[in-house]
Design a protein around this ligand. Sequence first.
Ligand SMILES: CC(=O)N[C@@H]([C@@H](O)[C@H](O)[C@H](O)CO)[C@@H](O)CC(=O)C(=O)O
Length: 302
Amino acid sequence: KQVVTGRKPTSAQLHLMFTTEVNLSQIGPYIDYLTKKQGVKSVFVNGTTGESLSLSVAERKMLAKEWCEKANGKMEVIVHVGCMSLKDSQELAKHAVEIKADAIAVMAPFFLKPKTAEALKLYLQEVSSAAPVLPFYYYHIPAITGVHVPARDVIAGIQELIPVFRGVKFSGTDLMDLGQCVSSSPPQWSFLYGVDEQLLAGLAMGADGAVGSTYNYLGCHVNKLIAAFEKHDLDQARKIQFKLQELLGFATNFGFDLGVNKQVMNDVSGLLLGPPRLPVMPCPPTHAQAIAKKYFELFTEC
Ligand SMILES: CC(=O)N[C@@H]([C@@H](O)[C@H](O)[C@H](O)CO)[C@@H](O)CC(=O)C(=O)O
C-alpha cells in the first residue's frame, strides 16, 4: 500500500519532476495558439527559451523537424543551430536544409570562446557552408554567451564570407552597436531585436522585428506596439511597452528566468508545455500564478 504523506515528494516523484523529455505532441497546438491567438507570423526554434544548449543534437533535430512539418506555411521557421562544437552545428545546419527550414541562426560558441570578430566570422562561415542555400542570421546574445565582440564588427564584410547572410537576431542591450549595425547594412538585411523590455528603443534604432521569450504570450500586444510605432503613435507604443515592463518588473521579484517564463506560458495559454530541464529549476506554481494574475490585470485579450 502506498502511503501518501502530503508535503514531501517521494524520490520517484522528484525524479519525474526533474527528468523532462521533449513532448512533440504539443507543437501543433502551440503553433495554432501562436498564429490564431497571438498573431505571431514567425518562430525562432531551439533558441534560448527553447533551451537548445540543454538538448542533445538528436532532440534538436526532432523538434526542428516537427516545427517545420506542423508550421507548413502557417509560420516562417528560423532554426537556431549553434552548438559548442562546429561539427554539431554543421550537422544541424544540414538537417535544417533537409527539413525545409526557412532560415538558420547561430550564436557564438561559449565554452571555448572566439576572441576576435575574425575568429567568430570564420566559425559562422563554416556553419553556413554546411547549408549554403539557407538564409543565415547571426544570433548576438552576449549576456548568455559572454562573447562581447560588437555585432557591428561581426557583420563587417560578412557577405563576402556568407553570401546568404540576412541579418542579426540582436539580443544585446548596447543600442549604439545596434544602430551601427543598421546604419552600415544593406536594406535587405533584418535586425530582430531580442530584449523585450526595451523593444521600442530597438525599433527607434532601426530594428525590423522582434524575437523574445515573452512574445509567447504577448505576441499580439507586441504586434500592436510595432504597429503604433510604425504609425508614429509613440504614446500608444509607450503605453504597451510600459505595461510589458511592469509585468517583467513584477516577474523579476520571483527571479524571472526560463523556468518562470515556461510556467507563465503554460498558465496563460492553457497548453501543457511542461517544465524546463535541469539545471533550470521548475517554477513554483504559486509564483507563476501570481505573474499570470498580473498579466491578466494588465492585458486584455487581443
Ligand atoms: C537572455 C534571454 O533569455 N533573452 C530573451 C528575452 O526575451 C528575455 O527573456 C526578455 O527580454 C526578458 O528579459 C530572448 O532574447 C531570447 C530569445 O529570443 C530566444 O529564445 O532565443
